[in-house]
Write a protein that binds this ligand. Structure first.
Ligand code: AMP
Ligand code: MG
Length: 426
């Protein structure tokens, strides 16, 4: 007969419940989180990728001295002394268009009409805006004095030929992609994204889109974890749902390992009779399971293995726990493999609204809402983890508080640090 164990009996089943810090050390010692390679990709696919080599400018940007105004190209000294009441008359000797080399040369006492973005003609060293001129047939009256270099952008003033315009390791956002386009780049060398196969377990779990018979639930974890993998620079491959049956689990895990740099499973790591993952993992290769149970709440059954150099993170089934463990343990590993720049901790100070208790001997993570009080201080109130299976806990929470296992509780009104879960909060 199958019996489930109580919360109190369960810890003894985990061979060695390690602290969160020990778990991180064991993972770091067993798996070096090296980049998985480099690849050339078209610029239009480069958004949010990490540059794998310095981008050295093969040309000046802009490539020529360029007018930044519609007006007249002049020798600056010809305008000296001119103002609203005293004009300098220059002879109009031509027009300069955009996209063409100038056909005129500016001699002393002459000018040429020029538009924004057009190359400055030979002999000119400044541009006078239309607003400061009056044109009468082939004479232009200049009503302002300009200094050398005014209203133009010098060749190479944005980026010099030979200059390192972007550095290896930079994240390619809209501005960086703009820089590469200015250099005429069509292909860019970036770090490969670590491929992460994701699988869900359990006879009760059904793929969204399928009918939902009595007793079944839709697969939340694979989809939420896929999105989380993308967020930290990985490339998820969702392998779907596996039954809690050793042979099938072994076959699927082998396939998952063969096609990826990392495997993430959810469910099947507790102490119930269908929780077979740790045992199966130990048959797949060396060193096998390296962490089996962490003194943490939520997420105690978390299991980590390394199989022939590839990590397998087996998250608990509860979506809230699975995502929390992903944030704490998996995200930093994927980010390092993807060579993403170290993330600045996104934290805010807050005072607690109520007393918050620590699960005995376990590092406790309390998900919280943030609100500002009348004094403008953040107040953190817990989003109940009692709804442990609820995905809404994390989607409603603004962040979490980490309480050390050495404490019994955090009192109401204590100042705490809240780790933000959402990037653009406040
Ligand atoms: P387990 O760790 O497999 O015992 O699962 C713990 C709880 O999480 C159970 O209520 C499961 O039904 C639920 N669960 C497991 N996997 C998933 C999943 N992929 N999506 C949503 N809930 C899940
Ligand atoms: Mg299960």
């Amino acid at each position: 007969m199958c019996t489930y164990l109580t919360e109190l009996e369960a810890p003894s089943l985990f061979k060695k419940l390690v602290s969160l810090d020990e778990a991180k050390q064991i993972i770091a010692a067993s798996f070096p989180s090296k980049p998985v390679g480099k690849e050339n990709i078209p610029l239009e696919h480069a958004y949010n990728r990490i540059l794998a080599e310095d981008a050295v400018a093969p040309l000046d940007v802009p490539p020529f001295n360029r007018s930044t105004m519609d007006g007249y190209a002049v020798k600056a000294e010809d305008t000296f002394g001119a103002d609203e009441n005293r004009a300098t008359a220059l002879k109009l000797c031509g027009h300069v268009r955009v996209g063409e080399p100038p056909k005129v040369t500016i001699e002393k006492g002459t000018t040429a009409e020029i538009v924004t973005g057009a190359p400055l003609p030979e002999g000119a060293d400044a541009v006078v805006m239309f607003e400061d001129t009056v044109q009468k047939e082939d004479t232009v009256l200049i009503h302002t004095s300009v200094s050398r270099g005014e209203n133009l952008m010098k060749a190479g003033s944005d980026i010099h030929k030979g200059e390192t315009a972007l550095r290896k390791g930079q994240t390619l956002g809209a501005y960086e992609i703009g820089v590469l386009a200015a250099l005429g780049v069509t292909d860019v060398k970036v770090y490969k994204r670590p491929k992460v196969t994701i699988l869900s377990t359990g006879a009760e779990v059904v793929e969204p889109g399928e009918p939902l018979p009595a007793g079944k639930i839709y697969d939340i974890n694979a989809h939420a974890v896929s999105a989380a993998v993308i967020e930290c620079g990985g490339e998820p491959v969702n392998l779907g749902i596996v039954e809690d049956e050793s042979q099938k689990m072994e076959t699927t895990l082998k396939q998952a390992l063969s096609m990826a740099d990392m495997v993430i499973t959810s469910g099947g790591v507790s102490v119930g009779p269908t929780d077979i993952i740790p045992k199966v993992l130990n048959t797949l290769g060396k060193p096998g399971v390296i962490v089996y149970g962490i003194a943490i709440k939520p997420g105690k059954p978390t299991t980590v293995a390394v199989i022939n150099g590839k990590p397998v993170f087996s998250l608990p089934g509860h979506p809230t726990s699975a995502l929390m463990i992903f944030q704490l343990l998996v995200r930093p590993v994927i980010a390092r493999m993807a060579r993403r720049p170290a993330e600045k901790p996104r934290t805010v100070k807050a005072v607690t609204a109520t007393r918050m208790f620590v699960a005995r001997g376990r590092r406790t993570f309390v998900t919280v809402h943030l609100e500002k009080n009348e004094a403008g201080k953040f107040v953190a109130s817990p989003v109940p983890l009692g709804l442990s299976g609820a995905i809404t806990t994390l989607s409603k929470a603004d962040g979490f508080i980490e309480i050390h296992e050495s404490r019994q509780f955090i009192d109401a009104g204590e100042e705490v640090i809240v780790h933000r879960l959402k990037p653009n909060l406040y």
